[in-house]
Ligand binder design. Structure first.
Ligand code: SF4
Length: 467
């Protein structure tokens, strides 16, 4: 009897391990932290190796065909691990789960076994789903919500440098850009209560974090109606409030839709030195007919007006962007307009992709994906080459300047150097003189590449001056 009790006790304390891989955008990384928090309550601890895991989750992205192909290859790959560990639970989470739904559980259809399919609004259901999967059943929940923001959950910062963290402030998107799956996979826009956002920022500050990124598919749509005091809190009011409460904390945000980047927000950034001097403003194309087909709701001219306003009112602010090459019907003239807008805007950094048609989007049903792949590739190469020149020029203009750099840790390339970022979101490498992660160091830039600034520390400060 005694032995049996001991056995039972032993059974109860057997630890279970979760391995999670995250694909795609920062929103997904933030969601994975919510997932880990929920799974911890179910007795799962994190492991960095899939071989040690009882459950492997892939938090997926559907934005491009390639992103989904990568996930499918990884899932195939994981089947050999299942042979060694027959009880292994494999789960697909996030946008691909939402887009492909039940089909991911059809072994005959996809040629492999997946145990769980969980959409981005269904993570609260994970305790039930994992129990089903543990007892050998397949489990799915891909119901989208109009309210879920996971506001009350404390994300587990499992892959953190202890200095910078994401805070999700709103979910979903209703912009319906014609090429984008997000409105279908993440549903309606909804904002999280500002009280919980401010409190999460405060907790992070207390734990030593010095940089937060406020996340949402379109942060400018953040809107909270405080029905009790008839007040409405919009994004400029929210970010202003956090910046003033935590002057030693740097604040970033992503992503802004150009049509919604208001003068108010620009003023709030200009007046708070700890809101970073770096704005990501996806342009996608420099040609008005293409922007119209993309349903972006702005023109190249109005986009440039926003960039000019940023440059005029927030001196030293960098502007980064996203560009799609070879969207439906894009001509050589359209492509030239994109290149010309890139030069005019003088982007400091860009994410650049070939157009990839996604099932279920407006572009798929309305336009022909008619730019041949070799043309898309050539245009993309031209865009990348131009951006490299622009990034290099932007970095060259920083040589000789002194920036306040927030140290993130040891440089990957050499233990003798540390790396951090300036307010402009540029990576700065400099000699380690015992600087701790989370310290602000003034660094004079001596050299640069198109991707990195190299400098020398000139002073250590507790300030967060923003320049
Ligand atoms: S703004 Fe457009 S591109 Fe961005 S998530 Fe919404 S629909 Fe997609």
């Amino acid at each position: 009897m005694h032995g049996k009790n001991q056995q039972n006790q032993h059974k109860r304390i057997v630890k279970k391990f979760l391995y999670i891989e995250t694909y795609g955008c920062q929103m997904n990384f933030s969601d994975s932290e919510i997932v880990v928090s929920i799974m911890k309550d179910q007795g799962y601890e994190m492991t960095g190796k899939p071989e040690d895991a009882d459950a492997v989750f892939l938090n997926t992205c559907s934005i491009r065909d390639n992103a989904e192909k990568r996930v499918l290859r990884r899932l195939e790959n994981l089947q050999s691990l299942r042979k060694k560990k027959p009880n292994l639970i494999i789960g697909v989470l996030g946008c691909m789960a939402e887009r492909v739904k039940e089909s991911l559980l059809e072994e005959a259809e996809i040629g492999m076994r997946i145990d769980m399919v969980v959409g981005p609004d269904a993570y609260r259901d994970l305790p039930y789903l994992i129990r089903d999967a543990e007892s050998g059943h397949k489990a799915i929940n891909v119901i989208l919500s109009t309210e879920e923001t996971y506001a009350d959950l404390t994300p587990v910062r499992y892959d953190s440098n202890g200095v910078s963290a994401f805070i999700s402030i709103m979910r979903g998107c209703e912009n319906f850009c014609s090429y984008c799956v997000v409105p279908g996979t993440r549903g309606k826009e909804r904002s999280r209560s500002p009280k919980t956002i401010v409190s999460e920022a405060g907790q992070l500050y207390e734990r030593g974090y010095r940089e937060i990124t406020l996340l949402g598919q379109n942060v400018n749509s953040f809107m909270w109606d405080c029905s009790t005091d008839r007040d409405v809190i919009n994004f400029p009011a929210l970010i202003d409030n956090i910046a003033k409460k935590h002057p030693l904390m740097r604040i970033r945000f992503a992503t802004s839709h150009p049509k919604d980047l208001s003068d108010d927000l620009i003023s709030v950034i200009a007046s708070n030195p700890n809101i970073c001097r770096s704005i990501h403003l996806p342009v996608q194309s420099g040609s008005n007919p293409v922007l119209k087909r993309m349903n972006r709701k702005y023109t190249a001219e109005s986009y440039m007006e926003r960039v000019q306003s940023i440059r005029d009112r927030i001196p030293g602010c960098t502007v980064s962007t996203d560009i799609i090459s070879g969207f439906c019907g894009e001509t050589e003239e359209d492509h030239r307009r994109t290149m010309s807008l890139m030069k005019k805007a003088g982007f400091d950094f860009a994410y650049m992709f070939k157009y990839s048609e996604r099932p279920g989007t407006l572009a798929e049903s309305s336009f022909e994906d008619d730019v041949p792949d070799d043309v898309k590739t050539r245009r993309l190469e031209e865009i990348i080459n131009l951006q490299q020149e622009l990034s290099h020029e932007s970095n060259l203009s920083d040589v000789g300047k002194v920036f306040e750099v927030l140290v993130e840790g040891v440089s990957k390339r050499s233990n003798e150097n540390v790396m951090g970022r300036n307010s402009q979101n540029k990576v700065v490498i400099f000699k380690d003189k015992g600087f701790k992660a989370g310290t602000y160091v003034s660094v004079e830039i001596k050299q640069c590449t198109s991707a990195t600034l190299l400098g020398e520390a000139v002073a250590v400060s507790e300030q967060c001056g923003g320049e």
